[in-house]
Design a protein around this ligand. Sequence first.
Ligand code: GDP
Ligand code: MG
Length: 414
Amino acid sequence: SFAKFDRSKPHLNVGTIGNTPFTLPLLFIFNNNKIGHIDHGKTTLTAAITKYLATKGSAEFKDYHDIDKAPEEKARGITINATTIEYESQNRHYGHVDCPGHADYVKNMITGAARMDGGILVVSAADGAMPQTREHILLCRQVGVKNIIVFLNKCDVVTDPEMHELVELEIRELLNSYQYNGDTTPIIKGSALCALNGTDPELGEKAMEQLIEALDNNIDIPEREMDKPFLMSIDSSVNIPGRGTVVTGTIEHGRCKINDNVEMIGIRRKPQQTTITGIETFNKQLDFGESGDNVGVLLRGVTKEQVKRGMCLSKPGSMDVRRNFQAQLYILKPDEGGRSKPFFTGYRPQCFLRTADVAVDVTLPEGMQMALPGDNFTCTMKLNYPLPLQDMLRFALREGGKTVAAGVITKCLE
Ligand code: GDP
Ligand code: MG
């Protein structure tokens, strides 16, 4: 028989600092506007946070230029410029992403290149909310960002408290209009530049202290993948004579153990009940598998012919299958490997969703004539066959070997 798999070293996405369990809330610092306005100060604020926390010994100071030269990253075939830095507060560890351009945020959020648990919305007191502020908040809502906090920047330039109040009111209204709680959202007033240069302690250091406190108190720690019901997307299947059929894949969330009853769902309308009789990874036997594990699962009474790539194994009754959903799409530009031509309602590319590769019908929103490269919008989609779907699930649309679009499910429909 196989040796037992050593679980003392596996990837753990949970750790502890002091007694507080933490995952890594990923913060996005956003709001960018190049149209006739100087930017609101995201990169300056990012540098200022590290400077402030460096004095407390819980971050490494990164200066403006370290952060500003964002490296290129690829996610689902799309190029995104982003700098990720890390810092710690008293009881949490944060990953923090700064992007140079508006389009980088859009792509990052839609592809899920970096998971986003919260956002710091930076608004210059000199400019107030901008059209792109609205778009960013909408996107946060669409991709399921639970909490936003606001940093009202450049209060060294605009010192009039009445002006601050006006901008504050405007932002609270905007947040409310996208179902965030604008009335209780913390709005920290200060100056990133003062904090970075160590000039005005009230607008600088003090504001940084308030900002970190606001992060700790207002950004929720996301539910651990391990605590969700078992779900594994099937990659492939192998028949093992005398033993049955092994399906392989990565456990997306939850746990499974030997003798668990599970359902094989997707592609067909009806689920197929089965029981797990073995779990292994790299030829070693496991008593259980958990979120993130790449495993082979031996199933009782299932033939290889009954298994199709794209189906999922799940905890019975935890998920149903659907064909229709609403999604936020980003259409790739030709220089990103996408098409140069627009597409219209009725467009039918292949949708790559988990391990499935399925034809999909795209219906553009009412009043939208065509979708052009670079566009970002909400639309409805219908799969050729049903799959287990959930909000915030990412996918890619491909056609003729090209990635045409990246998308995220924003609402499951019937
Ligand atoms: P980003 O594009 O949002 O990352 O903005 P930057 O951080 O690059 O800042 C844009 C400009 O605003 C730069 O010239 C900064 O020096 C300036 N800036 C940023 N924060 C402040 C601030 O608190 N006060 C003042 N006066 N200028 C600031
Ligand atoms: Mg910047």
